[in-house]
Design a protein around this ligand. Structure first.
Ligand code: ZN
Length: 94
């Protein structure tokens, strides 16, 4: 995969081109995955596996603050950082 950037017209444009390895990987993955496989968890179009918090075979749960799926025991990264900032502010730091 090649990633480039352009600052034309003052905007930041990110250009991503797939190389043949990524294309081959996607083709192999689509051809090698059962259809359907883990309905509601696996999206064969985007090749994204998100998991289901109610499926005991999947180790995901919901962030207690915002509800996004996470694999850690506490909060999602955003909420974890938010809590750290709040904790630091409470201590009088920035
Ligand atoms: Zn969260």
């Amino acid at each position: 995969m090649t990633i480039g950037s352009s600052a034309a017209n003052g905007s930041r444009l990110r250009v991503v081109r797939e190389d043949s390895d990524v294309t081959q990987w996607r083709t192999w993955l689509r051809d090698s995955t059962l259809d359907p496989w883990r309905p509601g968890e696996w999206d064969p179009e985007t090749l994204v596996f998100s998991g289901d918090e109610h499926n005991p075979l999947t180790f995901v749960k919901r962030c207690p603050d915002c509800g996004v799926l996470i694999t850690r025991k506490t909060y999602c990264e955003y909420c974890l950082r938010k809590h750290r900032r709040e904790k630091l502010r409470a201590r009088g730091s920035r």
